[in-house]
Design a protein around this ligand. Structure first.
Ligand code: ADP
Ligand code: MG
Ligand code: MG
Length: 902
């Protein structure tokens, strides 16, 4: 890192603003913003992320930093009229970490820096409150000891408990000055014993050590892992905020609280928050005493309450969004300590976005940025009936959404065994590990008592789309005795439990599940205008309308039959991007395929094809009818043939047994030969896709004929079929040319025979690296490309999905090699780059080349944005993901329009 000579490493709160998050971190930028809004923020300054970067790169703080900090500290001291740690009247500060993104694993805040054996008496005299001074001092030693010097926090907690026990009191506020003084002595002993040094008495040394500790916390293992998983760059660094202290622990006219400017669960405006009298900030979250609802503050301190309400309104209007805040009241004086745009539930996100539009605070394009596809997907899961009264057992972290009900099992073996016999099970573990994978797959849902959102259970469950509640710490899971206890309740193996992956709630017994109203709406069973349509449905309806209005990407469905196609249409599909014909060869038709594969002569083969033709045609007629007026891309047969043949081992055994009995069946013998002939080591890379079409004469021709005849029939029935024929697994233009010539001949023949002028587009999938690399040539023979990003991901990475997801993906996710599976979100740098370049090369050859995507990535939010950016025409995804794709396509368009005009 080159260090610029005039680089400024420290910003006063009056110098920053909310757009400087890169430099000042989220907390610092917003403290500055509030300061400049004229809100009561205790003065202070922010040390930039740049200083942190220098420190981390060089192992030492930038040489200029110390003086700059001194200058800002001087200014702070002058404005406050007292010096840091001044013996008779100490200025105290907090040292707070604050990166651009808030991150678990970063250093906790240290409050009351500047107190020492000397200044504690000065503080007592100034405040006229000895108890308060000693309470503040013990808090400093405790926080400093734990977070800066790395002393085990429990040692302090235990000492505090001992002090309370000795005095026979329950809460810390019942300890008096003398008790706290003794506690301070005890805490100092703990520090000396554990940290190998005395608690520093020099206030500046306290401050500097705390600042370095914040810098260092950027690279704790936890922070690093979190960044890798969330794809937060590792070189951003954290800022450090030094903020003069205000005191909520100065008596009953003081206190501290947190609040939301509106309800983060419903979005409704009102008074939402918690307040704790006579306490410092960290007490609220620590839950050591019970908080009161924020509304009670009105009767406790009306003036501060009114001022707070005023400030919340100012913040909402200024940030044009829900904000959460931290505040402290010191002897009737209100202070703002933090704000940020607050987290909210998925439902509230949609409601708030439309409420803000109605309030005139944001426009529709902005509303689209306030929600996302993951939230919409969450709203589409079935949910537990709110009205149901079932015993709440406990609560954990909502790790993967959904509502799951099943019998409690405590090991994977039982989960698999029971689910095989048709039972629904919930797998309950203390935490999961890769050995639990089978059980997780078998279970309806997963419940753990340990671990957070990035634990094994959470990561794997999200990847599998399975409901998961993790870290439900009240549950005592006893795997050996196959039970768990919660408070007094014992849940045995086989007892029914219900878990809600959207709220983290765990219930005993079966909670009835109701369909999501949002799905009812998409299905057309509930209308947004209807009286019973709830606010949420109305909000979703409006946001979807905004998205549809602005999006450029069209959204199609992957659907193989009329039923799915109709559902996709209801969900807003603008066509079918992938109809897999292999599904039309299964069931009873499998035998016909067997005949085709076994055919020795042309006659036999033609006969088999002739039998299949009318069936295929019927499927297509239904599909084209369901999708009348919209494009339907039909992919010719893709999978390896052996998928249509019996299992090799089973058949070998059957033949061997028959031979032993001397009654060998002629057909079985032929079948076995064929199975042997077609057996492949790597079927995924073997005889499949266009290769099949080229070596089995007439196969593709029959399929094309079925499509053409079906289209002709629909035209005759006054329909509007828009079939597109797609050739899979092409690696070189020559393959495509041969199939193309054959197909065109068939289409021309059908057109002649039926007298219908058939316009069928012919195109290809791009799913092999070679196809992507020679896209310019391939486009000469293709009217459209559909990127098959599932296979393209497999072939680019060189791994087979079925094998690797089960074997080593968890390890890769845990090690942070990818934050998310490349099958879930497109790997932009690798697979994505091929898509981008192939799209450009294809369009260079054929400017009107139609471009789409039909891999599962078509329904993934981040991938949809990427496909928008590289200029594809459409994405295709499973019917259920269509609303998500529509929304994200709209968001992507609104975003790029916004950045163009900037
Ligand atoms: P976090 O990121 O964990 O919220 P904060 O830096 O916001 O950490 O601080 C933790 C707690 O200490 C919060 O409740 C905050 O309001 C309180 N706090 C921080 N600085 C001060 C201060 N200067 N005076 C009083 N309380 C403070
Ligand atoms: Mg905070
Ligand atoms: Mg494929």
């Amino acid at each position: 890192m080159s260090e610029n000579k005039d680089q400024k490493f420290v910003y006063d709160f009056t110098e920053g603003n909310k757009d400087l998050k890169d430099l000042l971190g989220g907390k610092g930028a917003n403290l500055a913003e509030m300061t400049n809004l004229g809100l009561p923020v205790p003065p202070g300054f922010t040390i930039t992320t740049e200083a942190c970067k220098v420190y981390l790169d060089s192992g030492d703080e930038p040489p200029a930093l110390r003086d700059e900090v001194s200058a800002h500290l001087d200014a702070l001291e002058r404005s406050m009229g007292k010096k840091l740690g001044q013996a008779d009247d100490p200025l105290l500060v907090s040292v707070r970490s604050g990166a651009k993104f808030s991150m678990p694993g970063m250093m906790d805040t240290v409050l009351n820096i500047g107190l020492s054996d000397e200044s504690v008496t000065g503080l007592a005299a100034q405040a006229g409150d000895e108890r308060f001074a000693w309470d503040s001092y013990r808090r400093l030693i405790q926080m400093f000891g734990k977070t800066v010097l790395g002393v085990d926090g429990e040692l302090f907690e235990d000492a505090l408990d001992e002090a309370k026990a000795a005095k026979k009191v329950a809460v810390d506020t019942d300890l008096d000055a003398a008790d706290l003084k003794k506690l301070v002595a005890r805490f100092k002993e703990i520090v000396t014993a554990e940290a190998g040094r005395d608690f520093p008495q020099d206030p500046r040394e306290q401050m500097d050590l705390a600042i370095h500790a914040v810098f260092d916390s950027w690279n704790t293992d936890r922070a690093k892992l979190y960044r890798r998983q969330e794809r937060i760059p590792g070189d951003l660094g954290t800022a450090v905020n030094v903020c003069s202290m205000v005191f909520g622990n100065l008596g009953p006219d003081s206190g501290t609280g947190v609040a939301f400017t509106r309800d983060p669960a419903s979005g409704h405006q009102g008074v939402y928050g918690d307040y704790l009298q006579n306490a410092q900030g960290e007490d609220v979250v620590a839950g050591i005493r019970n908080t009161v609802p924020l509304a009670d503050l009105e009767s406790i301190d009306k003036a501060s309450y009114d001022q707070l309400m005023q400030i919340m309104e100012t913040l909402e209007n200024h940030y044009r969004d829900l904000c959460d805040i931290e505040f402290t009241i010191e002897r009737g004086q209100l202070w703002m300590l933090q704000t940020r745009v607050g987290k909210r539930t998925a439902g509230a996100a949609f409601r708030i976005a439309t409420q803000l539009v109605d309030q005139g605070l944001i426009d529709e394009a902005e509303a689209l940025q306030r929600v996302n596809g993951a939230q919409l997907a969450q709203l589409m899961f079935p949910r537990f009936d709110d009205g149901a009264t079932t015993e709440l057992l406990g609560r954990g972290i909502a790790a993967s959404p959904g509502a799951a009900v099943g019998k409690a099992v405590f090991d994977s073996y039982t989960a698999v065994k029971w689910s095989r016999s048709g039972e629904k099970v919930i797998l309950i573990r203390r935490e999961t590990n890769p050995d639990d994978l089978d059980g997780m797959i078998a279970a309806e849902g997963i419940l753990t008592s340990r671990g957070g959102k990035t634990s094994h259970a959470a990561v794997v469950a999200r990847g599998m789309g399975k409901t998961c509640v993790c870290g439900a710490e009240d549950l005592e899971v006893d795997t050996k005795r196959r039970r768990m206890t919660v408070g007094g309740t014992v849940v045995e193996e086989g007892d029914v439990v219900s878990i809600d992956g959207s709220t983290g709630k765990v219930y005993l017994g079966e909670v009835p599940v109701v369909p999501s109203p949002v799905v009812e709406y998409f299905e057309g069973r509930m209308h947004a205008g209807a009286d019973d349509a709830d606010e949420l449905v109305q909000a979703v309806h409006r946001i979807m309308a905004y998205a549809d209005r602005v999006r450029r990407l069209r959204v199609r469905a992957n659907a193989d039959n009329a039923e799915d196609a109709l559902r996709a249409r209801r969900f807003g599909a603008q066509g079918i991007g992938l109809c897999r014909t292999e599904h039309m060869f299964l069931g009873e038709r499998r035998e016909m395929v067997e005949k085709l594969i076994l055919a020795d002569t042309d006659e036999e083969r033609e006969e088999a094809l002739k039998a299949l033709l009318p069936l295929q045609k019927k499927d297509f007629v239904e599909l084209f009818e369901a999708m009348d007026g919209l494009p339907v891309t039909v992919r010719l047969l893709d999978p390896p043939l052996h998928e249509f043949l019996p299992d090799i081992t089973e058949l070998s055994v059957r033949v061997a047994l028959a031979e032993a009995r001397k009654d060998a069946n002629e057909n079985d013998l032929r079948l076995l030969q064929a199975v042997h002939r077609l057996h492949e080591q790597n079927p995924m890379l073997g005889l499949r896709g266009v290769r099949l079409g080229l070596v089995i004469p007439g196969l593709f021709g029959m399929q094309v004929r079925a499509i053409a005849e079906a289209a002709a029939e629909r035209v005759e029935a006054k329909g509007d079929p828009r079939a597109e024929i797609m050739i899979p697994l092409v690696g070189t233009v020559q393959e495509l040319e041969i199939v193309r010539d054959e197909s065109e001949a068939v289409i021309a023949e059908v057109a002649r025979k039926t007298g219908v002028d058939l316009k069928l587009a012919l195109g290809t999938m791009i799913e092999l690296p070679r196809a992507a690399l020679t896209a310019g040539q391939i486009a000469e023979a293709a009217e459209f490309f559909s990127f098959g990003t599932n296979d393209l991901t497999q072939t680019v990475w060189g791994f087979s999905r079925d094998d690797v997801e089960a074997s080593f993906f968890t390890a890769y996710l845990e090690k942070g090699i990818f934050g998310v599976s490349p099958f879930e979100t497109i790997d932009k740098d690798g697979v994505g780059a091929l898509v981008r370049d192939a799209a450009a090369a294809g369009r260079a050859t054929r400017p009107d080349l139609k471009l789409g995507v039909c891999g599962e990535h078509g329904g993934d939010p981040e991938s949809v944005h990427f496909f928008h950016e590289v200029g594809l025409d459409y994405v295709s995804c499973s019917p259920f993901r269509i609303p998500v794709a529509r929304l994200e396509a709209g968001r992507a368009a609104a975003q790029s329009a916004g950045s163009d005009s900037r």
